[in-house]
Design a protein around this ligand. Structure first.
Ligand code: NAD
Length: 457
């Protein structure tokens, strides 16, 4: 079996074709990583810090090549691709300091003298399963902290991002067995989850749930970041022009293929009419051929395009109205117009499922309570934005929204790599990713008691 990826903006362009690892080679990669882990841990904090710093330098030195590869392999607009490379460099540098972080604490024994301490130790081999939409940043924000604290890594990237993952590992230049990529799909992902000592997954909800069940069934620690159905609440007092600009970016940026993209816009009271007009205009401007390439880009493949256009057509057939977009763009590649739909009836899948494209529904709410209830009416609570000038409203929303991230007067998309990141309810499972929090996830805490020789029992 081979794994191949094609340019979404030019489907005749084969980006890479390689042999899939298969289950046996995936197991062999884990075995090799387990052997390599002993020497990786033994090089100590200074050695691991230096190695992660060199990975950052190598990615930075090849930034233009990597940005072009992201554009070609997964269709990300160039400005965002450059941003992803810069973020990847920053993540390597940030975690290059982590080997020096304290790895435990000293406690006062309840009785007697001696030393009572806790110490965090790596599990061994971290098995990472990643999606295609951030083909450098997501593998890095999992691998760098896992490596920093002394694990070795086996990475199973999404087939659509195979070339990016292989180039990333090559540039990282780590010793044999420390960071291994196993190309493939579900077979290799399943084999990796069955063999690793700690598992981190990002991807769709259905696959994430299966990964969590498999890992917890084996009793190994697991975290999973899954799909979102993200809302934006716009209050009548908001700066409507700014809100429309932020929402247009959150709906159509990278063709809505971010887990944090906005797919439900909830307009409160009098905000509805002016917001509908301003947002429709902003999205229509992005359908212009130049902006479509620079801001939106294509969706990942033909199946995604058909799923999206089918959902839009069925929403319109059910009584919905396209205020902007609504159809495929007739050009080479998998392009769909940035789309805003009003009056989509309750129960339509566009209101309850993640479609992962530049399509949003516009909903009405009578007041803030109704808007918060509507935003919370999903298990996929990843990121919600609130647009208002009223601090009390913003504070109430930050308290009462279920989302893993609440962003006030900012798009729902956008993530700071040095703070915890995770969805709420069905959008995330297990400890948070990113920041310092994730260092705990990749280590097990043990308690050590040291008494002087000859102490009474
Ligand atoms: P996907 O679930 O199809 O695939 C994710 C990874 O799982 C891939 O590497 C895939 O090969 C692998 N896989 C597939 N079946 C498997 C199985 N049975 N066992 C183990 N691994 C298996 O997702 P995708 O299409 O690559 O990515 C898009 C999805 O990712 C969207 O739902 C998006 O919301 C989500 N996502 C979430 C976040 C987040 O942080 N919450 C970030 C980015 C993307």
């Amino acid at each position: 079996m081979s794994v191949s990826s094609y340019n979404p903006a030019d489907p005749s362009d084969l980006v890479i074709e390689v042999e899939a690892a298969g289950a046996e080679s995936t197991q062999a990669a884990v075995d090799q990583a387990r052997t390599a882990q002993r020497s990786w841990l033994a090089i100590g904090a200074a050695g691991r810090s230096a190695a992660l710093g060199r990975a950052a330098d190598a990615v930075e030195a090849n930034a233009d090549e990597l940005a072009a590869l992201i554009v070609r392999e997964v269709g990300k607009p160039l400005v965002e691709a450059r941003g992803e490379v810069a973020r990847t460099v920053a993540i390597w540098r940030y975690y290059a300091q982590a080997p020096y972080a304290p790895s435990g604490a000293v406690h006062e024994p309840a009785v007697g003298g001696g030393l009572l301490l806790t110490r965090r130790r790596p599990y061994g081999v971290a098995g990472l399963v990643t999606p295609w939409n951030f083909p450098l940043a997501i593998p890095t924000w999992k691998a760098a902290p896992a490596l920093a604290v002394g694990n070795t890594v086996v990475l199973k990237p999404a087939p659509e991002g195979t070339a990016c993952a292989l180039r990333l590992a090559e540039l990282a230049g780590l010793p044999e067995g420390v960071l291994t990529v196993v190309p493939g799909g579900a077979e290799e992902g399943t084999a990796l989850v069955a063999a690793a000592d700690v598992v981190s997954f990002t991807g769709s909800t259905a696959v994430g749930r299966a990964v969590v069940a498999a890992a917890t069934g084996r009793g190994v620690p697991v975290q999973a970041e899954m799909g979102g159905l993200n809302a934006a609440i716009v209050l009548p007092d908001a700066d409507i022009a700014q809100a429309a600009a932020h929402l247009a970016a959150a709906i159509s940026g990278y063709a809505g293929q971010k887990c944090t993209a906005t797919s439900r816009v909830i307009a409160v009271g009098d905000a509805y009419e002016p917001l509908a007009a301003a947002l429709a205009k902003a999205l229509a401007a992005i359908a212009d051929p130049a902006a479509l390439t620079e801001v939106c880009g294509p969706v990942i493949n033909e199946a995604a395009l058909e799923r999206l256009t089918g959902a839009v057509d069925s929403a319109v057939a059910a009584g919905g109205t396209a205020l902007a977009g609504g159809g495929r763009v007739e050009r080479n590649g998998w392009f769909i117009e940035p789309t805003l739909l009003a009056e989509v009836p309750a129960g339509h899948p566009l209101r309850s499922e993640e479609f992962f494209g530049p399509v949003a529904v516009l909903l009405r709410a009578a007041d803030l309570d109704e808007a918060i209830a509507a935003a919370n009416d999903t298990p996929h609570s990843l990121s919600t934005s609130v647009h208002t000038r009223d601090l009390d409203v913003a504070l109430a929303a930050a308290d009462r929204l279920d989302a893993g991230m609440v962003r006030v007067n900012a798009p729902s998309s956008g993530v700071d790599f040095h703070v915890p990141f995770s969805g709420a309810k069905g959008a995330g499972f297990g400890p948070r990713e990113q920041g310092q929090a994730v260092l705990d996830f990749y280590t097990a805490e043990r308690t050590v008691t040291l008494l002087p020789a000859g102490s009474p029992q």
